[in-house]
Design a protein around this ligand. Sequence first.
Ligand code: SAM
Ligand code: MD0
Ligand code: SF4
Length: 353
Amino acid sequence: MIDLSITDIIDKAKMCRGISSDEAAELLSVSNQKDRSELISAAGSVRDKVFGNKVFIYGFVYFSTYCRNNCAFCYYRRTNDLSRYRKTEDEVLALSASLKDAGINLVDLTMGEDPVMCAGGYRELLGMVRRVRDEVGIPIMVSPGAVPEESFSAFRDAGADWFACYQETYNRDLFSKLRLEQDFDNRLNQKIWAKRAGLLTEDGMMVGLGETLRDRVDAITKMGSLGCEQIRAMTFVPQNGTPMEGMKPAESDDELRSIAVMRLMFPDRLIPASLDVEGTAGLKTRLDAGANVITSIVPPHMDLAGVAQHELDIDNGHRSVAHVLQMLDGMGKRVATNTEYASLLKDLRAWNR
Ligand code: SAM
Ligand code: MD0
Ligand code: SF4
């Protein structure tokens, strides 16, 4: 039982020392306008205290949309009949170089669990990472899905800084309905094995797919307690051709409250505002809620897809670096320099949670 009022919890949270899971549950359930704006503004001010007006920007390169898995929520699940692509190593190199030139802090090399990329102990992917490190020289995140324990040090040695793998939910029963034929513990271990190999890690939860408020509290608490340096929430977007296509699209409000609560619970973590849910129309609300990384920036006319929104705002150039920079100008935020990002990575590694 807690006897603190919402205002008391928020006042405590503003001291940047975190909040308990029970307090998080109280904050996630705020519904009246006054409490909601107090929550959002507290999260924004905690983020500003820790990170100033800097935000980090990540380029998204979804280089292969082939996948051997069949996640119920995903457009790219193997049984969905669609035209897929796999970029060549040279194409990925050129994309990474142009993102770096445009001022991006990190490139996120993401794939479906493409059998070609997984073959031979991830030979092709490792070669790609090595070349991006050696020939482009930009911080790298890999998002290859679930990989065997022995592969993590190879990713680190090839030059990856980050390993991203989202649990989606910490409710095992719900997990089994979403990530069909996949093992909960194996996916959880990805974060543990990646950390052990010296990689920084990102975990994530999905919002709006039937989870309870307690499930959300649990996911936030666990993602943070695992020590993941970057944690995210993304609203589920129903996809054509999937078993979940008929679900009603959720409003972004639960995601925004989740972002705010993540910020108050774990003040010094990186928290994305993903352009992959509502496009650039959803950028400001996510930054206002305490996010400090912009992800899913995608260059136009390169035949690159998003994940949750495969087309939205890509070919009209709204997800380009230039457009995002322009938007930030009007929001009193600035992009971190590459030197600042490098120094953040150094600090994150030293914390070694
Ligand atoms: N294939 C790898 C994997 O599953 O880990 C990496 C890429 S996967 C496409 C990246 C993430 O996108 C998923 O973990 C999930 O959180 C998110 N995602 C996929 N489909 C989504 C949808 N329909 N709505 C919201 N998020 C989605
Ligand atoms: C994003 N579409 O950042 C990307 C993706 C994978 N590491 C990230 C979900 O929103
Ligand atoms: Fe494949 Fe990832 Fe989509 Fe699951 S979420 S079907 S692993 S691309």
